[in-house]
Design a protein around this ligand. Structure first.
Ligand code: GDP
Ligand code: IMO
Ligand code: MG
Length: 425
């Protein structure tokens, strides 16, 4: 029996979907523990590409129970679309469950997200505009509407009416938008979604998780986003509104920390970021573009081009510390195959001093200059390699350097998007 957390160690898009799908084969349960449809997790099975935003990436195995945990915020229209897509491709979604404690994204959350991004004088975050932040704000302000509220229509109408009044005032008067929400229309639309997924809703989702653990099942807790987007430990305010870190898995699934046996950090062999905020190892110009093209670095949710940078060992050490990583899954090694030389950031220089800790303040972080060590490339195709011993010598050295910086062992190396392109160590 193992309880494993899969966590992104950078700014998201490390390949969590691929690694979750891969490990899900040996799992009994996969739980998504935070975020919403700001996430885009790609699973490639032969020539079919799935981009999952809400459904756990274990859904392609019918014997794996997949739970959207209490920590997730759910846009029900997106969820239904995803269920249809999966069914349309011949897979079943009957093994999906949704926590009744998960909060629901309404149109006013999306409108507030967009309005804030448009007006934000203090600087834009570059959000996905999916309403994630405003939905979590309501959750923590105790004004949120949870899936469980849909079982009581009168209570739901009351909560929604209050929210519509408050949000309309805010949007029309402060954000100078012209919204005119209709309570009954939104009630009908959302009750329609609810009835379509009602039989998948579980009222005691943490009991479901804890019973699986008590029965010595294999449980995987799938994080979205990544450590550097964590609202507490990332590059605040350029972060998402939840806790993607391993600790967030306990909150978002309803499980005690002592039950977790393994924490797998998913690590891209270089770094990407989508949205605003400091990014010390960002590569400007042609080389950055080359990595973007080779790595297909375009957002799985918004299609925005991702900013590309060299591997950042300071970020790696920060992620190893905050998450208590026990294993690393390195992804996209193949994207570096053609490079002559590869830079690795081993420290930052801040005001003339060399530092190896990650500054918690973005204004200090903006002043940091990366200190690089150069490594020779391997100039060989790695996409068909199945065994670590068959990797080019320089690729092995590169991996050793990453493991050394993380002070953690590598258990998986991914050399292509497809499910089978993996090296187990
Ligand atoms: P996630 O959000 O962490 O699940 O990552 P995304 O799915 O948003 O982004 C990762 C992208 O890289 C997707 O397009 C994957 O199909 C692709 N990918 C994953 N692993 C590899 C790999 O080892 N090599 C290559 N070339 N692509 C990969
Ligand atoms: P996955 O799970 C990469 C980024 C946005 C923005 C910031 C806040 O696929 O790795 P939000 O809409 O969450 O309020 O936006 O966070 N962001 C992601 N970047 N991958 C993601 O998810 C992301 N989810 C949010 O671009 O900078
Ligand atoms: Mg993604």
């Amino acid at each position: 029996m193992t309880v494993t957390v899969i966590v992104g160690t950078q700014w998201g898009d490390e390949g969590k979907g691929k690694i979750t799908d891969l490990l899900a084969r040996d799992m009994d349960m996969v739980v998504r523990y935070q975020g919403g449809n700001n996430a885009g997790h790609t699973v490639v099975i032969k020539d079919e590409v799935f981009k999952l935003h809400l459904i756990p990436s274990g859904i392609f195995y019918t014997n794996v129970l997949c739970l959207i945990g209490n920590g997730v915020v759910v846009d029900p229209a997106v969820l239904l679309g995803e269920i249809e897509t999966i069914r349309g491709k011949g897979y079943s979604a009957d093994n999906l469950r949704i926590s009744s404690q998960a909060h629901v994204i309404f149109p006013y959350h999306r409108d507030l997200d967009a309005a804030q991004e448009k007006k934000h004088e203090a600087g834009r975050i570059g959000t996905t505009c999916r309403g994630i932040g405003p939905c979590y704000v309501d959750k923590f302000n105790r004004r949120g509407i949870r899936i469980g509220d849909f079982f009581n229509t009168d209570l739901l109408r009351q909560k929604l009416e209050w929210n519509l009044k408050e949000k309309s005032f805010y949007l029309n008067n402060f954000y100078e938008m012209k919204v005119n929400y209709n309570l009954e229309e939104i009630m009908n639309e959302y009750l329609g979604y609810f009835h379509a997924v009602k039989k998948l809703v579980v009222e005691e989702s943490s009991t479901l998780v804890n019973e699986a653990v008590a029965k010595k099942k294999n449980v995987l807790l799938e994080g979205a986003q990544g450590t550097m987007l964590d609202v507490d430990h990332g590059t605040y305010p350029y972060v998402t509104s939840s806790n993607p870190i391993a600790g967030g898995a306990c909150v978002g699934a309803g499980l005690g920390p002592q039950k977790i046996n393994e924490v797998i950090g998913v690590v891209k062999a270089y770094v990407t970021r989508v949205g605003g905020g400091p990014f010390p190892t960002e590569i400007a110009g042609q080389l950055g573009e080359r990595l973007r093209e080779k790595g297909g670095e375009y957002g799985a949710t918004t299609g925005r081009p991702r900013r590309c940078g060299w591997f950042d060992g300071v970020v790696m050490q920060h992620a190893a510390k905050i998450n208590g990583l026990s294993q690393l899954a390195i992804t996209k090694l193949d994207v570096l195959d053609e490079l002559d030389k590869i830079e690795i950031c081993v420290a930052y220089e801040l005001n003339g001093k060399r530092i190896t800790y990650f500054p918690t303040d973005v204004y200090r972080l903006e002043k940091c200059q990366p200190v690089y060590e150069e490594m020779p490339g391997w100039k060989e195709d790695t996409t068909k390699v199945k065994d670590h011993k068959d990797l080019p010598a320089n690729a092995k050295k590169y991996l050793e350097k990453l493991a050394e910086l993380a002070n953690c062992r590598i258990s998986l190396v991914s050399v292509g998007a497809e499910r089978g392109q993996i090296i187990k160590i």
